[in-house]
Write a protein that binds this ligand. Structure first.
Ligand code: ZN
Length: 477
């Protein structure tokens, strides 16, 4: 990319990820010759997407002055260690809780990537000899050392002339929308938008006054069920426990696991669910759960509710205890990562329990195309796990209200709560149909300009209307 022509008043946004997919959030903002990256996520799901993680970064990482993170989920933060390996030397700005969560998530991501590479080497399923992980734990630690935190609603200057602000977005601990202002023009990134009625997190704040908004659209074509997570989870779990089955809940270790444990504890306390042990089998989710107790201001839960959730949950830490769990009989509930069944300890539980019709697999969050979770949701009766076919006779249920993402009406309500009409809304972070359906609704229901940008496209933010410049004219790689 040639920036020699960038004048000091130039303010430009380039879409380097989360286009046509919910993963790989990366946005380049150029302001007065300085370069900021908003989010630095991993591509996940389909192999073709994951291969993108290996492509050369579209701009030289050493030319980026600072990174700002909306939140800690790996599709927003997981590429950071690689960016640092490739020469990024600037500061990574985020909220305090996001920094703490990254301290858990990034080393774990390095560990998982290492396992993947090892597996590929063992199976010979790689063209590279030997296969290397995208990054290792050292690189993850390097990225963590470059992080600085900043509180919600306090302005700061990540590079000279650009004023930045984090606003609380619910979703998960530390999650923020980011507003950047330069020469009087402002741009807001929604990050992932939380739910107005989340059982654990506070509702998202309205957007700051913005000339431009970049919004997520994970559920841009869907409406979550009206009953709410409590009712839905109760209806899903009750018959399984009553018949003595094992309910396996694959859950994102950060965010979902905590909400589910809280709701299950409530239901058991009220007697709505039969008594059955609840296991949380994810060492990472355990760390995260204790972190939630340190940031209660972001939660709607009080100490008593957190304590109840803690007491109601049996924590499984060692690999040995994890294996022993597979020898136990139902009724019981096992909450274990990963949420899209792409890895983690939940795989062992599926091998042990998926072939028994007494049991159930309960999917809770968004299942990206290409993942085992998406296959299960589509009705697959056979899964490939650790190189072997696992028959699925267990009941499979997908909860539509258990997501940490706003649905289409909730995204529209969030946009509508903005204090002014933006020049345009860029719709990203969704599968193509979801992004396009949301674009149409923004245009029809709000009467605002909305655009679904393509990978690598860019836009001049100083202009009064959105004139998209296609990728090939901007990104050289
Ligand atoms: Zn997220």
């Amino acid at each position: 990319m040639d920036t020699s022509t960038l004048q000091n008043s130039e303010f430009r946004l380039t879409f380097l990820g989360a286009t046509g997919t919910v993963t790989g959030s990366r946005y380049l903002v150029e302001a007065g010759g300085k370069r900021l990256l908003v989010d630095c996520g991993l591509f996940q799901g389909y192999k073709a997407l994951r291969l993108r993680n290996w492509e050369e970064f579209p701009v030289d990482p050493s030319s980026i002055d600072a990174v700002l993170l909306t939140h800690a989920h790996l599709d927003h933060s997981g590429y950071l260690p690689r960016l640092v390996d490739e020469g990024f030397k600037g500061v990574i700005w985020c909220t305090p809780a996001t920094r703490r969560l990254c301290g858990i998530l990034l080393p774990d991501s390095a560990h998982l990537l290492g396992e993947e590479a090892e597996y590929a080497n063992r199976k010979g399923s790689t063209k590279h000899h030997p296969a290397r992980p995208l990054y290792d734990e050292n690189s993850a630690r390097g990225a963590l050392r470059q992080m600085r935190h900043w509180d919600f609603d306090q302005s700061f200057e990540p590079v000279p002339g650009v004023i930045a602000n984090f606003r609380s977005q619910g979703h998960i601990l530390g999650a923020a929308a980011i507003t950047l202002a330069y020469h009087g023009v402002s741009l807001t990134f929604s990050g992932d938008i939380g739910r107005p009625n989340d059982p654990v997190m506070r509702p998202p704040s309205p957007p700051a006054a913005s000339d431009w908004i970049v919004t997520e659209s994970t559920y841009g074509d869907r409406e979550h069920s009206a009953g709410g997570i409590k009712q839905e989870l109760c209806a899903a779990l009750e018959p399984v426990l009553r018949r003595g089955g094992v309910a396996i809940i694959p859950a994102f270790a950060v965010g979902r696991a905590q909400s589910l444990l809280h709701v299950i504890a409530q239901l058991q306390l009220e007697g709505a669910l039969p008594a059955a042990p609840v296991y949380l089998n994810s060492p990472m989710a355990t760390d995260v759960t204790s972190l939630y107790r340190q940031y209660t201001a972001q939660l709607i839960l009080d100490d008593a509710a957190l304590e109840r959730m803690h007491r109601n949950t049996r924590i499984v830490n060692s690999a040995e205890d994890s294996k022993q769990l597979n020898q136990r009989k139902g009724p019981m509930i096992i909450v274990s990562a990963s949420g899209m069944v792409t890895g983690g300890r939940v795989l062992h539980h599926l091998v042990a329990f998926a072939s028994d019709p007494l049991n159930a697999i309960i999917l809770c969050g968004f299942q990206a195309g290409g993942t085992r979770g998406a296959l299960l949701a589509e009705g697959a009766r056979r899964l490939r796990i650790y190189g072997q076919d696992v028959e699925v006779k267990a009941e499979v249920k997908q909860l539509s209200s258990a997501s940490a993402h706003a649905d289409a009406p909730e995204i529209l309500a969030w946009l509508k709560s903005a204090p002014n009409r933006p020049r345009a809304v860029f719709v990203t972070h969704g599968e193509p149909s979801a992004a396009d359906r949301l674009r149409v609704r923004i245009e029809r229901e709000l009467g605002w300009d909305a655009i679904v940008p393509e990978f690598g496209a860019s836009v001049d933010l100083m202009s009064t209307t959105a004139q998209m410049v296609p990728a090939k004219l901007v990104v050289s790689a």
